[in-house]
Design a protein around this ligand. Structure first.
Ligand code: MIC
Ligand code: SF4
Length: 654
């Protein structure tokens, strides 16, 4: 039987299991990436595992999320990361050089290889045929140490692209259309594989906009075949020798097929505050817009910003609107500057940001109260912009630029009619790329160039918390009952006042679930042990393992949810928290404050493969909950988490 692209790459890297959807497989990892807010824990865990050196073909450490360094703690984190990269043999991308996904895509991503990254948008280079997966930090640390990465074999779904994009519709509208159809949990347990005649009409930057935002569907990854366009794109970075031809076999079988006719698409927009609240722009036209931001890891390439620049040339941003351009990488910034576009945009009233995540996680450019912000980003979870009750819309750079010009949400086609001389900018590849990271790139320190051979830890950098092995008794007070689609931004918010504690779990844990209830941390500490209850898709969004580490640190022992997001569920296992599935009736019946006890000797039941558990509530009624876990996940839980399990295995010489 023929194979899909995903199956081909997995087959090449398979070290455990077979490619049966739903079964756990172990794969070899060729490349890893981590960034500044998850990376400190990655390296602290690498150190705790007593590793000497990176074992993967390549490991890259980026400094991108909090590069404004408001506090010495951020700068200390960056210095620690440089020292860790140098000590253990990773590439180090300096603060300000750009967002991990953009810089990695430009400099290191390679078709046919596997990439594991401690950031949920790691699948971005799927646009050039790399199988890239987001995971928690300890998974990256273990992979860097040469260990396999374990994941449930996904179903491979074919997204067949037909036709070509009409004027004013963009790659962003392709992924917004999929979000509209499938919702934020529509991709869980799946890899979306793009095929069909429409593929060749899309350039690599357009493809990576789509694969980047596959994360918002909850997908394990997203991937495109490679072709001449991929090869030409890699040549711009002097990396054509790393190109490989990769496409599905003619008789490849997919679990499902979704057809998107590109020629049917129109400008779309995601309304606040979920990326799947998608409607045609024309439906929400007329709303006043006070802020517009073009950039981020989704739309931060030179090719993403150029259309906005062309639209702004010789025009002016509306007086009551602020427009910010935040390029995804220094490379993109440099090209815009070299070609004169930066000056054009500045003349139009645009403000430039350094190449950083920044505003995407509420660091800088926080919207005014009670105002609309239009962003070309991938997420608009409530409060993520740095202000509660925010009103963030997600759209393409074209729709963003149109709103900046008009001062209100407007379908760019209508604005073009109104202005008479506004032409659709179309898509154009950059020509002034300056090559790869090799010689002369001051912003990437190669392992050979490293100046460090020891870890440098500032006073805020503490150690990794470790849980005791699983106990016979699991449960406690229901500390919080939450609804569907709770994000990791709810569990451990980002924003500048909190991010600086990412390498200090004791301090960070004080902010646990504070978005929902600011008494949570205090109550959890007082309760000694506890449970969390949630609806569907609990823990969607980011890969931050802190969203499991901090509840664990505060004594949460079990999470009862109707369903879980993939990375977060893995993180719960990795930190020894029992993730149990409950049905809708049980969810409806349990109240906050209820005492929840998992009946049985839990440690023994988990180890022996038991799937159904009885949960006793208030010593009054009982319900059934299920544990969907692989053998390895059960061992991880029993050991109290992945760090302990991996150490045990090393001890046994495994
Ligand atoms: C995000 O987009 O939410 C982040 C910030 O990039 C996170 C990583 C983090 O929490 O540090 C992600 O997507 O994994
Ligand atoms: Fe950075 Fe935002 Fe992309 Fe996350 S989604 S990597 S915060 S730009």
């Amino acid at each position: 039987m023929g194979q899909t692209i995903t199956e081909k790459i997995l087959d090449d890297h398979l070290v455990e299991g077979d490619l049966t959807p739903g079964e756990e497989i172990g794969i070899e990892i060729d490349q890893t990436l981590s960034q500044d807010t998850t990376g400190t824990m990655v390296w602290l865990q690498f150190e705790a595992l007593e590793m000497d050196e990176v074992q993967t073909e390549l490991a890259a450490q980026y400094c991108d999320h909090q590069t404004y360094q408001f506090d010495f703690k951020n700068t200390d984190d960056h210095r620690f990361l440089r020292s860790a990269a140098g000590t253990y043999g990773a590439y180090f991308s300096r603060p300000g050089n750009g967002i991990c996904h953009n810089v990695h895509k430009e400099n290191f991503a390679a078709p046919g290889k596997t990439l594991l990254g401690s950031d949920s948008h790691t699948p971005t280079p799927g646009g050039l045929g790399q199988l890239a997966i987001g995971a928690g930090g300890i998974d990256i640390a273990v992979a860097m140490g040469g260990g396999a990465y374990h994941v449930e074999m996904p179903e491979v779904v074919n997204v067949r692209l037909e036709g070509e994009l009409p004027e004013w519709a963009t790659a962003k509208d392709v992924i917004l259309e999929l979000l509209r159809r499938l919702s934020v949990k529509g991709g869980v347990g799946k890899v979306l594989e793009y095929t069909g005649p429409g593929v060749e009409s899309l350039s690599v930057p357009e493809r990576t906009t789509i694969t980047n935002m596959g994360t918002e569907l909850g997908a394990t990854s997203s991937i495109f075949p490679t072709d001449e366009r991929t090869k030409d794109w890699m040549a711009k970075f002097d990396r054509e020798d790393e190109f490989v031809d990769i496409s599905p076999d003619e008789d490849a079988e997919y679990a499902d097929e979704i057809v998107v006719d590109l020629s049917d698409l129109e400008p779309l927009i995601a309304e606040p505050s979920m990326p799947d609240n998608v409607v045609p722009v024309s439906e929400v036209a007329g709303q006043d817009v006070e802020q517009v931001i073009v950039g981020s890891c989704t739309n931060g390439a030179y090719e993403d910003i150029l259309p906005a620049a062309k639209m702004l040339e010789g025009r002016e941003v509306a007086k009551h609107t602020e427009m910010i351009v935040a390029p995804g990488s220094k490379q993109a910034s440099e090209m815009l500057a070299r070609e004169g576009w930066t000056a054009e945009m500045m003349a139009a009233g645009v403000n430039f940001s350094e190449a950083t995540c920044g505003a995407c996680i509420g660091i800088g450019h926080v919207p005014a109260s009670d105002s609309v912000s239009l962003r070309t980003f991938n997420r608009n979870f409530e409060g993520r912009s740095g202000i509660e009750d925010d009103s963030v819309f997600l759209c393409s750079p074209e729709v963003a630029a149109a709103a900046a010009l008009k001062g209100e949400i407007v379908d760019p086609r209508d604005l073009a009619d109104e202005l008479g001389d506004l032409e659709a900018p179309g898509f154009e590849m950059g020509t002034s790329y300056s090559g790869g990271y090799g010689e002369g790139d001051a912003d990437i320190i190669t392992p050979e160039e490293s100046i460090d051979d020891d870890l440098i830890k500032g006073p805020n950098i503490s150690s990794v918390p470790v849980k005791d092995p699983l106990d016979a008794d699991v449960g406690g007070e229901t500390l919080l009952k939450m609804q569907d689609n709770i994000t990791t931004d709810h569990i451990i918010p980002a924003t500048s006042d909190i991010l600086k504690f990412r390498s200090n779990i004791e301090r960070l844990s004080e902010f646990t679930l504070s978005r929902i209830d600011d008494t949570f941390a205090e109550r959890a500490k007082a309760a000694d042990s506890g449970a969390l209850v949630a609806g569907e898709n609990y823990g969607q969004g980011s890969s931050r393992e802190h969203a499991a580490m901090c509840p664990m640190f505060l004594g949460v022992e079990v999470v009862l949810a109707q369903s879980f997001a993939r990375i977060h569920k893995a993180n719960l296992f990795n930190f020894g928290i029992l993730p149990l599935n409950i049905d809708e009736d049980t969810y409806a019946r349990i109240e906050q404050g209820d005492d929840v006890e998992v009946v049985d000797d839990v440690a023994e039941a988990v180890a022996s493969g038991q799937e159904e558990f009885t949960v006793r509530v208030n010593d009054d009624w009982e319900a059934t909950a299920t544990l969907d876990a692989s053998e390895r996940e059960r061992r991880t839980l029993a050991a109290g988490g992945k760090l302990s399990l991996t150490k045990q295995k090393h001890g046994e010489g495994d």
